[in-house]
Design a protein around this ligand. Structure first.
Ligand SMILES: [Zn+2]
Length: 532
């Protein structure tokens, strides 16, 4: 080739690349190294944030201390805060920067009932008996996002890079309570990519559908008539009978629905005392299935069952929706970029003490004593649809209302290694590591992956283009999002209020005080690790 042709080829290559922010490779490499170095320098800040939120231990919709603390941090760093978004008091959006791309970082902040646990102790030892606690690890995700956001912001300011960073909390994720409302309120209208973070026991990222179920959470309240339960029971109409018959109905029906369906309930009101026929009773159901239509089918069966139980008992029934979630579908190009970054960052270096805590807990739980994550698993690629000739459908599993978000904007979930493998989930055991060096190291490593992925998006507009191509041409080609929410549905912001009123005064005495103690473990006087 002549020089002229070479020059023309080079020019055409330049002009077909997206404009703006692609930098020379060596410049980009030095920015990336600087970014991860900055996050290493934020270790202390990470520990303080993770320990603080752990000590607040707030249930869904009641995350007032957590929300105040996180928005306070972000406000001080120059983020503009919008509070009470979508009519949810503890929800917020924190925004910094301007123009495209718009990257929104989310993570859940609520915890689990009765999961109170002393961190660093490898057996069941509540901090406060019966109190809620971070028995999943939702205390770590927003600290991770804040760390990543602050480091990326610094780089963007210094290098004069354009873009907008938004942070938002998953309020009441355990109730699947808010993200569909965020979508309805238009929170993601101008967002290019959502990077969600959720605690795990290793680095993981998935693309495509198939690892979460969809769900509706419905509360049924029956009304009957009180009477003396011994003196004149024939004059009463028992709402509790209706609840029990509805539950019996479902428990017989289970065998005749797809095996992958998951239906569970708790009776939140079963009456006052045995000598009064209960005139009010409430049962709360989760209906989980693989897709929108199958969830709707379960909801219809449930409503029929409630009507039938009312007819059998001469009571009336009303219902309300307390939460919902679409099954997630995660973006392949962004997941690939994130997976590359996981490989570059690598797993944390665990100490002997970290491994001793992990193995001590695994021994206690009678699961294989393998210690902490040792190898990053493969990227979970989109799975081909399962052979479904018998209409069996995929087999159950959990839900996360990030699913709704994933259907309106390209989204991925970053799982990061802050937890000990082998826990049952939603249990004190999953809280053991969550205010210890294991969680802190996992968050530092996770923040690097998040920050590097943000940088990929800021510096490479073609990645955003690919993400939207996948979203439009693959993900939403045949499936269109339609919310489970009906126009009249409102966020169930009263949930957990009573429990928190009971425990918060006692929990306040246990809030982490970083001005007096280096770590929360030190404040609690816990030897790390404490193993039987
Ligand atoms: Zn969760």
């Amino acid at each position: 080739m002549t020089k002229a042709i070479l020059l023309a080829a080079a020019l055409s290559l330049l002009s077909t690349r997206a404009p703006a922010q692609n930098l020379p490779a060596d410049k980009e490499a030095s920015i990336r190294a600087d970014l991860t170095g900055q996050i290493d320098a934020m270790k202390k800040q990470v520990q303080v944030m993770v320990d603080n939120v752990f000590s607040f231990g707030e249930l869904g919709f009641q995350e007032f201390e957590t929300s105040k603390y996180l928005t306070g941090l972000l406000e001080k760093e120059g983020f503009k805060i919008e509070r009470g978004v979508a009519g949810i008091p503890t929800a917020f959006v924190a925004t910094w920067g301007q123009g495209k791309p718009v990257i929104a970082l989310g993570s859940d902040i609520d915890d689990i009932p009765q999961a109170s646990q002393k961190p660093g102790v490898a057996y069941h030892a509540p901090l406060l008996d019966g109190a809620p606690g971070h028995g999943e690890g939702h205390n770590s995700g927003m600290p991770l996002n804040i760390t990543a956001a602050l480091a990326v912001k610094k780089v963007m300011e210094r290098e004069h890079l354009q873009g907008t960073i938004k942070l938002w909390p998953g309020v009441a994720e355990e109730q699947l309570g808010t993200k569909a409302y965020y979508v309805r309120a238009g929170m993601f209208k101008d967002v290019d990519v959502v990077l969600f973070a959720h605690v795990g026991d290793n680095f993981r990222v998935a693309a495509g559908p198939g690892n979460q179920t969809g769900l509706v959470s419905i509360e049924y309240t029956f009304k009957g008539e009180t009477a003396h339960a011994a003196g004149a029971p024939w004059r009463g109409r028992s709402a509790l009978d209706a609840v029990e018959l509805m539950d019996v109905g479902w428990n017989f029906r289970r065998e005749h629905i797809r095996p992958g369906s998951r239906i569970h309930y708790v009776i939140t009101n079963g009456g006052d005392q045995p000598n009064v026929v209960p005139s009010n009773a409430t049962v709360w159901y989760y209906y989980r299935e693989a897709d929108y239509q199958h969830v709707m089918d379960l909801w219809k069966i449930g409503d029929d069952m409630a009507q039938a139980a009312g007819l059998m008992t001469g009571t009336t029934v009303t219902s309300r929706l307390l939460g919902s979630a679409w099954p997630g579908h995660f973006n392949l190009p962004i997941a690939e970029a994130m997976y590359q970054n996981m490989g570059k960052v690598g797993l944390p270096v665990w100490s002997e003490a970290d491994q001793a805590l992990a193995k001590g807990l695994q021994h206690e739980l009678k699961v294989p004593e393998r210690g902490l994550a040792a190898k990053i698993p493969e990227l979970r690629r989109p799975q081909p649809p399962a052979d479904d000739d018998n209409g069996i459908g995929p087999i159950g599993g959990g839900s996360d209302d990030i699913g709704d978000v994933s259907w309106v904007v390209p989204t991925v979930t970053l799982n990061y290694p802050s937890n000990i493998p082998g826990g049952p989930g939603h249990n004190w055991a999953n809280g053991v590591s969550m205010a210890t060096p294991i969680a802190h190291k996992g968050v530092v490593a996770g923040a690097k992956v998040q920050a590097l992925t943000m940088l990929d998006i800021v510096l490479h507009p073609e990645l955003v283009q690919k993400a939207w191509d996948y979203f439009r041409d693959v993900q939403t080609r045949n499936t269109k999002y339609q919310s489970f929410l009906r126009p009249g549905d409102q966020p169930a912001i009263w949930l957990n209020q009573k429990i928190m009123e009971e425990y918060r005064p006692k929990m306040k005495a246990l809030y982490y005080d970083p001005s007096k103690y280096d770590t929360y473990l030190e404040q609690l006087g816990i030897q790390y690790p404490t193993v039987k």
